[in-house]
Design a protein around this ligand. Structure first.
Ligand code: BGC
Length: 348
């Protein structure tokens, strides 16, 4: 019942933000992959909310294959989409499609991930990515009481995909909090792998994060050294690290961070295996983007709240940053279940 209410409410919000329904204009929505839970939810929410506002939607998922996404976006342009919403697999790989969109006067909204190296991007809507990293870094800082406890504490780091501009923001948001403690010797990264390039996880894949964690555990922790914290930039990588620890590590369980509140990770939070996640309500982001689409097509001023941070190496893209929310075992029910995002059964 709560879920139905939440859907009805969000649809009402979307309709209210336009006044009248649109008349079927076609909007292309390009998502990176169906492999990760969040992109399915993003795609579904976008489609639901755009259709409720009266648009026709061409929604495509690209199997994490850059060429496939390029073809899909090009088809959207050639088949009459009037606005494009794109969550890129690889931020700088859609150049030729973006040039074509610009040539045809089709506005492009970068969805969650910034489209790089192009002036064919009109707007960017995302969650505050640097803040996500800060929430993770501050959580570790507080949990280990880094300003008061003697330490030293042992930490390892797993970051995201180097081709995704967000990954750098998450990493620097967290490391701006934690690096001073590493420099002061209060935190020791036993593997010595600290720089972004050393800790990145291509395509954000759970299996890749797991393999790297496996090799760190067997190379540096087989002697029984305890790990106090493992900074993970998101839930898919946190899952890989958790799997590797469960398989090969005998020490005290570390504080593991994450982001997205994916179902497996919420279950791990409930089971005490993952300490926190960051909730980015895809309904909020979708609603913001649907509003942007409406404003663009009506020739109105588009709501943005950041005109400085997101430089894509060609232009600074006017952005709307939604607020990410800290989640852990104490507040997940209110955040995720009561709000209708998940049912209690999905988390069992
Ligand atoms: C998103 C994260 C997500 C990651 C992997 C990032 O661009 O912001 O929410 O965990 O991609 O899909």
């Amino acid at each position: 019942m709560k879920k139905i209410l939440a859907i009805v409410l969000s649809l009402m919000l979307v309709c209210a933000s336009f006044g009248a329904l649109a008349d079927g204009q076609k909007v292309g929505v390009s998502m990176p992959t169906k492999d990760l839970q969040r992109w399915n939810q993003d795609g579904e929410n976008m489609q639901k909310q755009l259709e409720a506002a009266g648009y026709t939607v061409d929604l495509q998922f690209a199997s994490n294959d850059v060429q496939q996404q390029l073809n899909q976006v090009t088809n959207m342009i050639n088949s009459g989409c009037e606005v494009l919403v794109i969550a890129a697999i690889e931020g700088s790989s859609l150049g030729s499609a973006l040039d074509l969109a610009k040539e045809k006067g089709i506005p492009v909204i970068a969805y969650d991930r910034l489209l790089m190296e192009s002036d064919g991007v009109s707007y960017y809507a995302t969650f505050d990515n640097y803040m996500v990293g800060q929430v993770q870094g501050n959580f570790i800082k507080e949990k280990l009481d880094l300003d008061n406890a003697d330490g030293p504490f042992v930490m390892e780091i797993t970051a995201g995909d180097p081709g995704d501009n967000n990954a750098n923001f998450f990493y620097s948001g967290a490391m701006d909090v934690l690096k001073p403690y590493i420099d002061a010797g209060k935190i020791v990264v036993v593997s010595g792998q600290i720089d972004f390039s050393a800790v990145a996880t291509p395509t954000w894949k759970t299996e890749i994060a797991q393999q790297r964690a496996d090799s760190i555990i067997s190379s540096y922790y087989a002697d029984g050294t305890n790990i106090d914290a493992w900074l993970c930039s998101n839930d898919s990588t946190a899952l890989g690290v958790t799997n590797a620890l469960e398989a090969n590590y005998d020490g005290t369980w570390p504080i593991i961070t994450g982001q997205d509140c994916d179902i497996s990770n919420v279950k791990n939070m409930i089971a005490g295996k993952q300490a926190m996640s960051v909730f980015k309500d895809t309904r909020t982001l979708a609603a913001q983007v649907v509003k942007m689409v409406g404003q663009i097509l009506a020739g109105e001023t588009v709501d943005v709240n950041d005109t400085e941070t997101y430089n894509n190496n060609k232009i600074v893209v006017p952005s709307f940053l939604c607020a990410p929310v800290f989640a852990d075992v104490n507040n997940y029910e209110a955040l995720l279940v009561d709000s209708g995002y998940y049912t209690a059964d999905q988390l069992k």
